[in-house]
Design a protein around this ligand. Structure first.
Ligand code: ACO
Length: 373
């Protein structure tokens, strides 16, 4: 029998620095009333100069491993879904793999904008369900504050920084991530983009003068697209699971805009009390928004074992999708105590040793390399 993919650990990392709507009033021509009435956002978190997409992802991943009681050496796969990777390459996921010492894991970044966490969860769950792997860490992590034009009031009010992570583990007991729908429509790519920094517009003075290294967005069109696909994807994944909306306890949507969530809920005829929303405190954290909202709801007791949940999101690409989860929580077995500070220290020592060995290797073999022969 093929195994099921259960969410057994979870963690988040949010920067301490809070940027309120009142703070934004000092940066751009906007006001609290406009932002709250159009988006529902009151404040968002902004990464400090020491915090990056990889550092937030690492913190969230270590918490998730601690909750799951899983050692980093047991992890087979790390996916970091992000729209603000540390670099074009290496992948942010590889930095996380090194910093947690997940020496048996394959690690890669997933670029599906705000839908990235849904895409990642679906793919990791499928890998577990085929029996190819047993343990995965799926992370959504963002420092979008580094990619936003702080003079563009149409975008800078929306985004925030943060990370959320889930551990998925194989088990015979039914439940966990059971169904998924992932979709894309590249014809709408221009509606939301960050054009520069890739092969199309390599960074140059000209590109920077044109502001192509900042997020560009047609807010109205994204709004219309999002309201439509959130409803469609939720309905589709519930249908695939052979259920009805009334069977679902919680819909946890991508936290982009309260009006989009309300429009989707209206389309589904779903009471807002069954949607989990925390965007008023974090803004749109892209790939991190669904795990941030979910972990909050697990920790405050709203999400309970046995709950049937739909995660649904949309983003640049255009992309959208939904996953259906039967929530179980951590396995009730004797688990090793996993201490994040200890793991971090060991991983750091291991990484430094590997670097020294690599240098020694280069010194010893360098003089007789293929190039010298
Ligand atoms: N403060 C005050 N006025 C503003 C602001 C602001 N911050 N921003 C725009 N305005 C003005 C506009 O200039 C415009 O003025 P005009 O009529 O004189 O031209 C007016 O407000 C209305 O602008 P709209 O863009 O039509 O406002 P709208 O009601 O659509 O709200 C918003 C804008 C909040 C951006 C909305 O369109 C939205 O949320 N869209 C979805 C965006 C989104 O979710 N993006 C993330 C996708 S996920 C991912 O992949 C990253």
């Amino acid at each position: 029998m093929s195994p099921y993919a259960h969410g057994t650990g979870w963690g988040t990392a949010v920067p301490e620095q809070v940027l309120t709507n009142a703070d934004l009033e000092k940066l751009v021509d906007t006001d609290d009333e406009w932002i709250v009435s159009r988006t529902g956002i009151h404040e968002r978190r902004i990464a400090s100069s020491e915090q990056t997409t990889a550092s937030l992802a690492t913190e969230a991943a270590l918490q998730a491993l601690q909750v799951a009681g899983l050692k980093p050496t047991d992890v087979d796969l790390i996916i970091v879904a992000t729209s603000s990777p540390e670099h074009t390459f290496p992948a942010t996921a590889c930095l996380v793999q090194d910093r947690i010492g997940a020496i048996r894991a394959g690690a890669f970044d997933l670029s599906a904008a705000c839908s990235g966490f849904i895409f990642g969860l679906h793919l990791a769950a499928q890998s577990i369900r085929t029996g190819a792997i047993r343990n995965a860490v799926v992370i959504g992590s963002e420092t979008l504050s580094r990619l936003v034009n702080w003079q563009d009031r149409g975008t800078c009010i929306l985004f925030g920084d943060g990370a959320g992570a889930f551990v998925l583990q194989a088990a015979e007991e039914p439940g966990g991530v059971l169904q998924g729908v992932i979709r894309s429509d590249g014809s709408g790519g221009d509606l939301l983009s960050l054009p520069a920094g890739g092969s199309r517009y390599p960074i140059s003075h000209k590109v920077i003068e044109a502001g192509l290294h900042y997020i560009q967005m047609n807010g109205r069109e994204v709004f219309r697209f999002a309201s439509r696909v959130m409803t469609q994807a939720t309905e589709e994944v519930i249908r695939k699971a052979g259920l009805h909306l009334n069977d679902i306890q919680w819909v946890i949507p991508h936290q982009a805009n309260l009006r989009i969530i309300e429009a989707a809920a209206r389309g589904l005829k779903l009471p807002m009390e069954r949607c989990i929303v925390n965007l008023e405190r974090y803004g749109n954290t892209s790939t991190a928004s669904i795990p941030l909202a979910t972990v909050e709801a697990i920790n405050d007791g709203r999400v309970k074992a046995g709950d049937k949940i739909v995660f649904v999101g949309f983003g640049a690409g255009l992309t959208w999708g939904a996953v259906y989860v039967e929530w179980t929580g951590p396995f009730a077995t004797r688990r090793p105590f996993v201490r994040p500070a200890y793991i971090r220290f060991l991983a750091h020592v291991r990484s430094a040793l590997l670097q020294v060995l690599r240098r020694l290797d280069a010194i010893i073999w360098g003089r007789v390399s293929h190039f010298d022969e």
